[in-house]
Design a protein around this ligand. Structure first.
Ligand code: RUB
Length: 318
């Protein structure tokens, strides 16, 4: 990240304009942004300080609505601050929380890769979509174990995150072939396993990930190809347990076409979709491989009933 982005406002803008992207990275950087903001804005009046923090948290949460990691990062970082006696204590808590959150998130990806690689068969042809750090780490680990014959990576229109994936894999000498999104079904007969990431996992086990993921899952299902999701437990959404739907982010039409060149044309640009649990063979988390339907238990275990009731970062106030 460039140094001008290493300000709270720079990180916020980076998440909004997608120069910071991918659910895990969004969560980690949101946590860092809260910490940097807290360090910059500390003042003697603890109530005023907490109000400022809440406003910044709200602004951060408005940048990208789908990935629950954004909420997880912000909420975890502010956890407990409402009970602090003074501003210095608030700041100390935020610094400690942020360090713990970022460290746990990075360690989770390493563990997922170790576990996920075991699910990859020998001499495997893998298909992946978009750019997921957890999926890419798993594929690289499987490659290190000598298991990977070829990876098909989708281009991932309109933002072309597939370019990042193919570069990351090629750098590690993983054999990789880029395909356009619409070529997935054509290639599925060659594929042994699909490995993708997640932005959010709902309490019913459905997975919200880059637009097109659900089509890939359907095609994999049609061909009997296992469909594996790599997702840290911070991506499991407590809000869905309370019945709240996951907002699917709709982005600027200009990402798809130059509207000036297409007068009278409307563009729909949803950037995530929902893959139902029945099309998912397993979710690899840092606490193990689970059936998608076990999402409910993960959420309960992570949060406990009490935290479910106080999940709003605005609860950081007094
Ligand atoms: C990225 C995307 C990724 C998930 C998981 O979408 O859909 O598959 O975020 O990534 P965008 P990770 O580019 O719109 O953020 O495993 O790195 O958390």
């Amino acid at each position: 990240m460039s140094s001008e982005k290493m300000t709270p406002e720079g990180i916020l803008e980076g998440i909004r304009d997608m120069s910071i992207r991918g659910a895990a990275e969004i969560g980690r950087k949101a946590s860092l942004a809260v910490r940097l903001f807290a360090e910059k804005e500390i003042g003697p009046d603890v109530d005023a300080y907490l109000s400022k923090l809440q406003r910044f948290a709200k602004d951060l949460l408005s940048t990208r609505p789908t990935a629950v990691t954004l909420w997880s990062g912000v909420t975890f970082t502010l956890r407990g601050t409402e009970k602090a006696g003074d501003s210095k204590e608030v700041l100390g808590m935020i610094q400690k929380n942020s360090e713990r959150f970022i460290d746990a998130s990075l360690r989770a990806v390493v563990t997922i890769a170790e576990i996920g690689a075991k699910k990859v068969p020998l001499d495997a042809t893998i298909l992946t979509h978009c750019n997921s750090s957890a999926a890419v780490a798993t594929i690289i680990k499987a490659h290190e174990l000598g298991k990977v014959k070829m990876v098909y990576a989708t281009e991932s229109r309109p933002k072309l995150q597939g370019h990042i994936t193919v570069r990351q894999l090629a750098e590690k000498k993983v054999p990789v072939t880029m395909i356009v999104d619409s070529a997935v079904r054509h290639h599925m007969s060659l594929v042994d396993i699909v490995i993708v990431g997640a932005d959010t996992v709902a309490s019913d086990g459905s997975v919200i990930n880059k637009i097109g993921t659900s089509q890939i899952a359907l095609v994999a299902h049609e061909r009997g190809v296992p469909f594996l999701v790599c997702a840290e437990t911070i991506k499991f959404s407590p809000q869905t347990l309370r019945g709240e739907p996951v907002t699917i982010e709709e982005r600027d039409p200009a990402e798809v076409i130059d509207l000036k060149k297409f007068p009278g044309v409307k563009v729909s640009n949803p950037v995530f979709d929902v893959t139902p649990a029945k099309y998912i063979d397993a979710i690899v988390t840092e606490v193990g491989v689970i059936p998608a339907k076990a999402a409910y238990e993960i959420i309960l275990h992570n949060l406990g009933a009490d935290s479910l009731m106080t999940q709003n970062p605005e609860g950081a106030g007094r």
